[in-house]
Design a protein around this ligand. Structure first.
Ligand code: ADE
Length: 415
């Protein structure tokens, strides 16, 4: 159970984030008036942050009984968990630094509630429902997944014919790709690295492994901080895009002896391995921003560290290779949430507003078949409209001539 003595500090943090989350606030106000989630149980396996607390409170305002557990053992903000646990209608199962057994027990506690809707960051909860309570899965209104890694796992469940509920692919909606991944991850990953190390990035070489939406954001921000950026990719289209953006593109083994800072953002496994560590420079920093701690091969890193491992600063472990040291951040876990506070609230406002509307749509909208589904475009548009309104940004409207032009066709010789 969260420590109640921390609750006041948690409330301050939640309020600080709330001030940057006007879209979610407007949805929460509507939910409080309309109670669209009355009688519904929502279970969420997300990072337990101030931004997530605001989402949980919006769902509770809508009438949902809402339970939250951590999507990562190192990302929980204990004071936020304490404050949220005191909210009527919300329960929290999370503690920063929880061990593997506690992590699994917390996920299981949420499965036992037989939720109508699940929210995931990594697909642990929806996987646990399918493994532990397979008969319950078809009774769910649906599930949501907000990471690339999680969607890979959901797609695998679907490919094996074992996915028994509808899942909304939140990770692939506009808000996630355009805003959350690019701007949220881009900034917060550098924030985590800088908080942990206080390194100057200008003049250094940063190697970004993976050029998906998050990799694009990280590369862009690293360049903005004055670093020379090398991108490593396996996908030809992404590699070409990176090259056209002006980044140097190299195979990871050739980048290994060039980089000062390595950032994995692939959603895959074993991206930096023994053969890379053997080539890296003294003092190289290794950070991961992919969902699981498998992108940097930690057993291989321990194996090459014949001189041992020592925590030299909080969340900075020095691996002694004899002639060189490599510095691993946040034990290879999501550096932006473990060493910093995750994406800024402005960004999570858009993500969590989208997710709140998705919960409403799963509960109140038409039944969906089991399988993966896109987030309805109407939700993306509505969230964008609300965010622009909150920012005071006005749009042009197409003239009647433009509308007619767009709906005409035929051979057009021009004027
Ligand atoms: N994922 C990335 N940043 C986050 C945040 N601030 N809160 C919840 N989940 C996140």
């Amino acid at each position: 159970m969260p420590d109640a003595a921390l609750a006041a500090a948690g409330e301050d943090r939640i309020a600080w984030a709330a001030a940057q989350m006007p879209v979610l606030r407007s949805i929460r106000e509507r939910f409080a008036a309309e109670r669209p989630l009355e009688g519904v149980t929502v279970a969420a396996c997300l990072h337990v942050t101030a931004e997530t607390a605001n989402l949980v409170r919006a769902l509770v305002a809508g009438g949902a009984r809402t339970a939250l557990c951590a999507a990562n053992p190192l990302s929980t903000q204990d004071e936020v968990a304490a404050a949220l646990a005191q909210t009527d209608g919300a329960e929290v199962h999370a503690a920063r630094g929880e061990d593997a057994d506690a992590y699994v027990a917390h996920v299981q506690a949420l499965v036992a509630l037989e939720p109508d809707v699940t929210l995931d960051d990594g697909a642990d909860l929806v996987s646990a429902v399918h493994l532990l309570a397979p008969a319950h899965a078809p009774r769910m209104r649906g599930a949501m997944e907000e990471t690339t890694t999680g969607l890979l796992r959901v797609r695998q469940l679907e490919a094996e014919g074992r996915l028994r509920c509808p899942v909304l692919a939140v990770n692939e909606c506009w808000a996630e790709r355009m805003l959350n991944d690019r701007f949220g991850t881009g900034q917060s990953v550098l924030d985590g690295i800088l908080r942990a190390t206080n390194l100057l990035l200008a003049g250094r070489t940063v190697v970004v492994l993976g050029y998906g939406w998050t990799g694009r954001g990280v590369a862009l921000r690293a360049r903005g901080a004055g670093a020379a950026v090398i991108v490593c990719e396996v996908d030809p289209m992404r590699a070409l895009e990176a090259r056209m953006e002006g980044f140097e593109v190299l195979p990871s083994l050739r980048a290994a002896d060039r980089g000062d800072v390595f950032i994995t953002v692939t959603g895959s496994t074993g991206v930096l391995r023994g053969e890379h560590f053997e080539r890296m420079k003294d003092g190289a920093v290794l950070a991961n921003a992919g969902h699981f701690d498998v992108e940097i091969d930690l057993p291989a890193l321990r194996e090459v560290a014949r001189g041992g491992v020592r925590e030299v600063l909080p969340l900075v472990e020095s691996y002694d290779l004899g002639d060189r040291r490599l510095h691993l951040l946040a034990r290879g876990r999501v550096v932006n949430l473990a060493a910093a506070l995750g994406h800024p609230a402005e960004v999570m406002d858009v993500s969590f507003a989208t997710q709140a509307l998705c919960v409403e749509d799963l509960v109140r909208g038409a039944d969906r078949a089991p399988g993966l589904h896109a987030v309805p475009e109407a939700i993306d548009r509505e969230v964008a409209r609300l965010k622009l309104a909150a920012l005071g940004v006005e749009l042009d409207r197409p003239t009647s001539e433009q509308q007619a032009y767009r709906s005409s066709w035929g051979v057009h010789p021009g004027r």
